[in-house]
Write a protein that binds this ligand. Structure first.
Ligand code: NAP
Ligand code: ZN
Length: 351
């Protein structure tokens, strides 16, 4: 065991503060990574503040962070895919049981014994729960380590590991393709990646936002059209016209107003994970025989596919790079939607 530097929260109402945490020595299957950048996901904030109490109560101290890019510092004897010095990435998962029906289908995120990067029971017993990427070092099972295409900027690549895969995976699962009209609801960390992917997949991409001041950015990111969702006339004009909608909103809201945008037999996929239930009037589903679904990150093979897709299309997140010490201020700004469009923590600041 060794000690790593980290930022942790001691309780739901504490600010994140400097800490040292135990990390296991690399086993024969492990990759030890010096973390270079870690994105700030809204899930980090939900978890740190124990907003998911009922489904996933937070164990403190909590070290969040699941958008990790770093450099390999050591590998175990059974690791042949990575070597010291490689630039690698880790997302929301660090382990699973490797052999259940879900793992066999490359759907590790659905494995009943999946281990999330933070706040999951630590099966190595290094600490009560896993500690995430707000740290200068992490040790991860080789099957959960990903390769980063060489051409990608590393600060901007980090958010691909959650915001990227969470928006890419449902678009693949629901077969988004050229010629379709695809909506992305909410222009935040996930939403801005959703717009980039829908555009790169050739869809007619529509940003649906509550914030008129984001319209110009949405177009720059790849949206062909922008709908201001607070404007009932604009919403009415697009009623029943979408093939697919990805809803990334982090707060409870009326789902019906977005369902009404879907054409017959079309699907809206929820990826936002608010602390309280949404409003849902059945009529939004009945008329048009519409579908409402959910999606959780993506499997490891698909995450590598997404990274390779980003390499080919030169896609990274638009980030504001911050020092670890600015993370509490970053959380306040995230709540006000005051970031374009993801914070990426430079771990140099932990030295
Ligand atoms: P974010 O950067 O805060 O973006 C959320 C966006 O939602 C905001 O920018 C805003 O966009 C919109 N919004 C916020 N409040 C709203 C409201 N009351 N009504 C309508 N729109 C509202 O958050 P994020 O990091 O993208 O994460 C989004 C959600 O996805 C979080 O709940 C997070 O926990 C969850 N998540 C889920 C998965 C998964 O696997 N399913 C993975 C990662 C994250 P506009 O200003 O454009 O309206
Ligand atoms: Zn996330």
């Amino acid at each position: 065991m060794y000690q790593a530097k980290a930022f942790s929260a001691a309780s739901a109402s504490s600010a994140l503060a400097s800490d040292t945490i135990p990390r296991r020595d690399a086993t024969s299957r492990d990759v030890q990574i010096e973390i270079l950048f870690c994105g700030v996901c809204h899930s980090d904030l939900h978890q740190v503040r124990d907003e998911w109490k009922e489904a996933m109560p937070t164990v403190y101290p909590c070290v969040p962070g699941h958008e990790i890019v770093g450099k390999v510092t050591a590998v175990g004897s059974d690791v042949s895919k990575f070597k010291e010095g490689d630039i690698v990435a880790v997302g929301c998962l660090v382990d699973s049981d490797h052999d259940c029906p879900m793992c066999q289908k490359d759907l590790e995120m659905l494995c009943p014994n999946g281990v999330f990067t933070y706040n999951s029971p630590d099966k190595h017993g290094t600490a009560p729960v896993t500690y995430g990427g707000y740290s200068n070092s992490i040790v991860v099972d080789k099957d959960f380590v990903l390769s980063v295409p060489e051409n990608l900027d590393l600060a901007g690549a980090a958010p691909l590991l959650c915001a990227g895969i969470t928006t890419y995976s449902p678009m693949r699962q629901w077969n988004v393709e050229a010629g379709q009209k695809v909506g992305v609801v909410g222009l935040g960390g996930l939403g801005h990646m959703g717009v980039k992917f829908a555009h790169a997949m050739g869809a007619h991409t529509v940003m649906i936002t509550t914030s008129p001041e984001k319209a110009e950015d949405a177009e720059r990111l790849g949206a062909d059209e922008v709908i201001i969702s607070k404007d009932a006339n604009q919403m009415q004009k697009h009623a029943m016209s979408f093939d697919f909608i990805l809803n990334t909103v982090a707060a409870p809201h009326d789902l019906g107003m977005y369902l009404n945008l879907l054409g017959a037999d079309s699907t809206m996929v929820l990826v936002g994970a608010p602390d309280k239930p949404h409003d849902l009037n059945a009529f939004g589903l009945l008329f048009g025989r519409r579908r409402l679904a959910g999606s959780l990150i993506g499997g490891i093979a698909e995450t590598q596919e997404m990274l390779d897709f980003c390499g080919e299309h030169n896609i990274t997140a638009d980030v504001e790079t911050i020092a670890m010490q600015q993370v509490n201020e970053a959380y306040e700004r995230l709540l006000k939607s005051d970031v374009k469009y993801r914070f990426s923590i430079d771990m140099e600041s932990l030295k």
